[in-house]
Design a protein around this ligand. Structure first.
Ligand SMILES: Cc1cc2nc3c(=O)[nH]c(=O)nc-3n(C[C@H](O)[C@H](O)[C@H](O)COP(=O)(O)O)c2cc1C
Length: 180
């Protein structure tokens, strides 16, 4: 069961730079791609992803101006790599990787039930020279039922790191943090 996640906490899902899944939909055809180039930009629910026309998802994203950005746990790492190494042009990736699509509230692109978090987004800007798509999050969801809570991060050379020890320095940096 998905539980609504507060918009003013959405930046904390992106700032640590986890591997992401981005879903899109054009008519009844849904698709999903892997993104590890992402950018937290402010405390507001706005962030960037980097992609381009070599991906089928990019065309749909530019056409529909909508997507869902989902944060998978490390238990999905094999699927995330598989999703990022085939294309929606010839593959139904939801079927191939046994992902459960759930209806979003604000966008046509589907939520992914198996992910820890899902962010319903619209395209706010496109910085073409750098392939940066700026996304505004309209609504976010958490799946509190997933047992594996660790996200994972791409090093960029085909190796990955899962979340490790957590350090709480909230008191020390309180002057730089928005209220919880
Ligand atoms: C680990 C991993 C990370 C990736 N990160 C990005 C990324 O940040 N930006 C991007 O454009 N493509 C990235 N890709 C490639 C796309 O996910 C890939 O081209 C995908 O097949 C596109 O699917 P589509 O054609 O169905 O849109 C990544 C792939 C993998 C395996």
């Amino acid at each position: 069961m998905l539980k609504e996640y507060p918009l003013n906490r959405v930046f904390t899902l992106i700032e640590p730079g986890p591997a992401l899944l981005v879903t899109t939909a054009e008519g009844r055809k849904k698709n999903v791609m892997t993104i590890t180039w992402s950018l937290a930009m402010s405390f507001s629910p706005t962030f960037g992803i980097v992609t381009g026309s070599w991906n089928h998802s990019f065309d749909t994203l530019m056409k529909t101006r909508q997507c869902v950005v989902a944060v998978p746990g490390v238990d999905l790492i094999g699927k995330v790599i598989g999703i990022g190494t085939c294309s929606g042009t010839d593959t139904d990736k939801f079927k191939k990787f046994s992902l459960t699509a759930r209806k979003a509230k604000e966008v046509e692109a589907p939520l992914i039930e198996e992910c820890l978090y899902n962010m319903e987004c619209e395209v706010a800007d496109y910085v073409e020279d750098h392939g940066i798509i700026v996304l505004s999050c309209l609504r976010a969801w958490e799946n509190p039922d997933r047992a594996e809570r660790r996200t994972f991060h791409a090093v960029g050379d085909g190796t990955f790191v899962a979340d490790g020890e957590k350090f709480d320095l909230r008191k020390e940096m309180a002057s730089k943090l928005p209220p919880l």
